[in-house]
Design a protein around this ligand. Structure first.
Ligand SMILES: *[C@@H]1O[C@H](CO)[C@@H](O)[C@H](O)[C@H]1NC(C)=O
Ligand SMILES: *[C@@H]1O[C@H](CO)[C@@H](O)[C@H](O)[C@H]1NC(C)=O
Ligand SMILES: *[C@@H]1O[C@H](CO)[C@@H](O)[C@H](O)[C@H]1NC(C)=O
Ligand SMILES: *[C@@H]1O[C@H](CO)[C@@H](O)[C@H](O)[C@H]1NC(C)=O
Ligand SMILES: *[C@@H]1O[C@H](CO)[C@@H](O)[C@H](O)[C@H]1NC(C)=O
Ligand SMILES: *[C@@H]1O[C@H](CO)[C@@H](O)[C@H](O)[C@H]1NC(C)=O
Ligand SMILES: *[C@@H]1O[C@H](CO)[C@@H](O)[C@H](O)[C@H]1NC(C)=O
Ligand SMILES: *[C@@H]1O[C@H](CO)[C@@H](O)[C@H](O)[C@H]1NC(C)=O
Ligand SMILES: *[C@@H]1O[C@H](CO)[C@@H](O)[C@H](O)[C@H]1NC(C)=O
Ligand SMILES: *[C@@H]1O[C@H](CO)[C@@H](O)[C@H](O)[C@H]1NC(C)=O
Ligand SMILES: *[C@@H]1O[C@H](CO)[C@@H](O)[C@H](O)[C@H]1NC(C)=O
Ligand SMILES: [Cu+2]
Length: 584
């Protein structure tokens, strides 16, 4: 049964101090701490929604342990790969890795994979307060459960632009019963087999699948799905006292699903997005895509004689996954007592207008506006299409479907291994005049190709990226894609429907108070315009955060200022052409 909040916080802190050895250094009067974390990545049977499945865990947990740190601290994670048959790499999502581009954790881009039995140390500074994430960047391991939170507090004596009595966090996940191996095989086979919709939605790693749905099928086995398993029965319960205001950090690391999140009877005030303060606005439900984080403030001011539902629902794709549930518990009601009401099924899944309106409402807090340069040095227009390449289903950007090379780009570029990847840059645009974004590309679109070519960007120039959506290979169908950039935050200049018009649409850009984010949605048949300063030396991936879409090639890689990157640690080497660098 659910413990009290105090007890859980206490256990959390205790675990935190037990598993992390904290040293304090004095740096010019500021205290910057080092957090040494020993993490073992291993398989374990888990039943987060009652269905027993082999998951990938950190120290036996999925989601993994939350990293709590303070702005300016250094985090050192010594990761041991105890998966007997699988490589791994771990990405620190939203952390820019300034000066440590080799710690970005992106297999094929910034490092070789960590092989079974090997250990690898990630060292990086959490240079900004805010809510961040970590997750696997290898294969489909997010869907196997390798994910968690990074929560960075403001320095001592720094006040945030809002007040709260309690700091809580909720991580959202879609959960599949099939293994990642079945999924990966289906995605890379002829005929193609899509992963379909998830079986459950997990709130802080907990869900509840209706096991009797399996009883008709030959796989029925009470050991496989058991609703009396306490791992699934115990809903997450958020415990509050009447009259208090709390901050709720919400992060999503879904494999596929865009979600709506709400707390029955309680509006939320959005105050943070991807680590940046938001000009506060109130909403009944929060839309959240994979790779996004938000903080909302909630006031516990309703009838406190009962509990309320916390719900999350699939949006953007026609849902077949039941509502994910948790409990908003007013003290002293029992924390595990189901509310007396029927939980909402959320907003209409295809109400794109309401999602777009919320995206547009997210602006920089007036005291924290970081103004973008008024003009950019380069504009890259990226058209997303679904294509067949040699009979395989793929996603492409301007006809290029990303396939990572065997030698990670960061090492290849520093060592001048010019044969490690295609040296011809991919196109900065597509055939805007002739390409019809509303028609399905023919199954014989022979023009899209697999490619490992990258964009080279002059250091510290200002770059606009226009994400352009289009019809998939299914007639009258276009999908939502959350795009995530490594190493940088970008300004979100605007969103629009239909084909981007480079004459008219830039006039609609928000150059006054655009929010900076690291993940942003691209809506069906629409465009999203971003601007960023290429001021972080390294090689970075920019990709759709839907894990199977990235697996199918939906991303680009860019380099800026790689010549300024310091000496690479040999621990990132060992694969492809880098083998010869570590042999005497
Ligand atoms: C990381 O952990 C491994 C395995 O426990 C150990 O051999 C190694 O010395 C550790 N590395 C560091 C830097 O602590
Ligand atoms: C951890 O890695 C270091 C160097 O990469 C190696 O010397 C050490 O043996 C490894 N420890 C274990 C337990 O594998
Ligand atoms: C799970 O994988 C099997 C193949 O092993 C496939 O037949 C089935 O359709 C998949 N189930 C779902 C829900 O995708
Ligand atoms: C579970 O599924 C069964 C079979 O479809 C259905 O009869 C039952 O009402 C469901 N239970 C719940 C709690 O939804
Ligand atoms: C909740 O917020 C919505 C705006 O999204 C507003 O229309 C509504 O009145 C608010 N409800 C309450 C109870 O404050
Ligand atoms: C949204 O989807 C529902 C079915 O779930 C459908 O009836 C409705 O027409 C759709 N609305 C729009 C605007 O496409
Ligand atoms: C793909 O390339 C061909 C030319 O080879 C061009 O006609 C077509 O418009 C391109 N498609 C996209 C989506 O850029
Ligand atoms: C790679 O090429 C650059 C530019 O020509 C040069 O400065 C650098 O020393 C070369 N690096 C290596 C490892 O050869
Ligand atoms: C491929 O590109 C050629 C021009 O190079 C164009 O004529 C043809 O229509 C394109 N095919 C498709 C299916 O887009
Ligand atoms: C990038 O350029 C801006 C001026 O446009 C300058 O303020 C900043 O210091 C430069 N950053 C780096 C890392 O060189
Ligand atoms: C697709 O939409 C167009 C109008 O936008 C309509 O004329 C056509 O019938 C639709 N096709 C299908 C297969 O639904
Ligand atoms: Cu996508």
């Amino acid at each position: 049964m659910a413990e009290s909040l105090q007890f859980r916080n206490c256990m959390c802190l205790l675990a935190f101090y037990l598993f992390s050895l904290i040293t304090v250094q004095r740096v010019e009067g500021l205290e910057a701490k080092n957090h040494f974390l020993e993490w073992e990545v291993k398989h374990a049977y888990k039943s987060p929604d009652c269905f027993k499945k082999l998951a990938i865990t950190i120290n036996g947990k999925s989601p993994g342990p939350t990293i709590y740190a303070q702005q300016g601290d250094t985090v050192v994670v010594n990761l041991t790969n105890s998966l007997p048959t699988e490589n791994v790499a771990l990405h620190w999502h939203g952390i820019r890795q300034i000066g440590t581009p080799w710690s970005d954790g992106t297999e094929g881009v910034t490092q070789c994979p960590i092989m079974p039995g090997d250990n690898f140390t990630y060292t990086f500074v959490v240079d900004r307060a805010g809510t961040y994430l970590y997750h696997a960047h290898y294969g489909l391991q997010i869907s196997a459960g390798l994910y968690g939170f990074i929560i960075v507090s403001v320095p001592d004596r720094v006040r945030e632009p809002f007040v709260y009595q309690q700091d809580e966090s909720i991580i959202l996940k879609d959960w599949y019963h099939n293994s990642t191996y079945e999924q990966a095989t289906g995605l890379s086979s002829i005929p193609f087999s899509w992963v379909e919709e998830p079986q459950s939605l997990l709130i802080n790693g907990r869900g509840r699948f209706n096991c009797s749905l399996l009883n008709e099928s030959p796989t029925s086995d009470s050991n496989i799905c058991n609703e009396r398993n306490p791992e699934c029965y115990d809903r997450y319960s958020l415990n509050v006292h009447y009259g208090e205001a709390f901050r709720l950090r919400i992060g999503s690391l879904t494999s596929l699903s865009a979600l709506s999140f709400e707390i029955e009877g309680h509006n939320m005030t959005v105050v943070e997005a991807d680590g940046n303060y938001v000009e506060p606005f109130e909403t009944k439900n929060l839309y959240i895509n994979s790779g996004e984080t938000y903080s909302v403030l909630v006031k516990a001011d309703q009838d406190s004689s009962r509990n309320y539902w916390i719900t999350t629902n699939v949006v953007s794709r026609e849902p077949s996954t039941p509502t994910g549930l948790a409990i908003f518990n007013y003290y002293p009601n029992p924390p595990d007592k189901d509310p007396p009401t029927v939980p909402t099924t959320g907003p209409l899944w295809n109400d794109t207008a309401s999602q777009l309106a919320q995206s547009r409402a997210i602006k920089a807090h007036h005291d924290f506006v970081h103004k973008p340069p008024l003009i950019s040095d380069r504009v890259i227009v990226l058209l997303s299409t679904q294509n067949l390449i040699d009979g395989y289903y793929r996603w492409s950007l301007n006809n290029r479907s990303l396939v990572l090379p065997h030698t990670p780009y960061l090492i290849a570029l520093k060592e001048n291994f010019t044969d490690a990847f295609d040296q011809n840059p991919p196109p900065d645009s597509y055939d805007i005049h002739n390409y019809d974004i509303f028609s399905a590309p023919g199954p014989d679109n022979v023009n899209a190709t697999s490619s490992n070519a990258i964009y080279r960007i002059s250091f510290n120039t200002t770059v606009d990226i226009i994400l352009q959506n289009a019809n998939t290979m299914t007639p009258n169908h276009s999908e939502t894609h959350p795009w995530h950039m490594h190493g940088h935050d970008f300004w979100v200049l605007g969103y629009g429907m239909n084909k981007f018009d480079k004459e008219k649409d830039p006039a609609t850009y928000n150059l006054k108070d655009p929010i900076m984010k690291n993940t942003v949605p691209l809506y069906p048949y629409g465009w999203t315009a971003l601007r960023f300063q290429a001021d972080n030396p390294g090689v970075w991936i920019f990709h759709c955060h839907i894990e199977p879409h990235l697996f199918m090639g939906m991303g680009i890689v860019f380099e800026a200022g790689v010549e300024m990157v310091g000496t690479l640690p040999t621990s990132i080497m060992g694969c492809g052409e880098t083998k010869r660098l570590i042999r005497p």
